[in-house]
Design a protein around this ligand. Sequence first.
Ligand code: NAD
Length: 289
Amino acid sequence: MKIGFIGLGNMGGPMAANLAKAGHEVIGFDLAAPAPEGVTMAASGAKAGSGVDAVITMLPNGKILRAVADEIIPAMDKGTLFVDCSTVDVDSARAVAQQAVDAGLAPVDAPVSGGTTGAVAGTLTFMAGGPDQAFARAEPLFDIMGQKAVHCGPSGNGQAAKICNNMILGATMIATCESFALADKLGLDRQKMFDVVSTSSGYSWTMNAYCPAPGVGPQSPADNDYKPGFASELMLKDLRLSQQAAEAVDADTPMGQRATELYAQFVESEDGLGSDFSAMLPRFEKRGR
Ligand code: NAD
């Protein structure tokens, strides 16, 4: 396929390189990032988006996605597949998908989980929303860039799945970290705490697979001085998107709301910026009630 790829940053760069490595012709555009291996650069987003079979975008937020969509949709040939892999608000995802359908394009919103290591290794998980036919056309590309793609329903549902997952993740990480900090103060050894919780009803991905306590459980960013991993500011971005969506549909999400407040405090008023989101454990450790 001939593929236009717009947004070649930490995630988009390696994803585009993997498509090129698999034999696709990839035409890239980014305001700042250099050309990934095997990718030919175009002079504008519109140029990368015209005369291709598919366009993939991997951009910072919904506002930028809407601006890029306004620029490229008029330049895209009818029938072109338009896959947005950015994490954005559900409203922007649905608005851009409608704009694409009106222009005769086939839209898929397909945010990812798996981080930069998954982007490089081609092991991302895609959670996708959009018409069946558009998803079916995008699947072979998901297979190259990732290990799993779930079709979650109509346009916007990929973003909905992503923010619901990450709302659980943020709240669970905080619960795991505050429990370790309490266990410390109660004189409970961290390894014993892990041995019990990881095989009891308090188990979770954050405890069992991504343990925030250094030297306990499998290797995780805690064992690398809390270098991300998944940075706290990215967790905050996703939590804010979850609360924006909850407000829009009048959903009561008190744990998500509190997790958003705590990560905002951690990133904006404390030393959380640039640390992995599991660095909540040393944060709690230093604090008293
Ligand atoms: P990034 O900042 O490294 O990359 C974004 C790129 O978009 C930059 O290179 C920037 O120059 C480019 N860009 C901005 N405006 C543009 C425009 N108008 N036209 C063309 N290019 C433009 O960010 P990233 O880490 O690659 O993340 C991209 C998306 O993936 C975000 O929505 C993020 O939330 C999501 N995401 C990131 C991770 C992660 O671990 N980094 C994990 C899952 C999802």
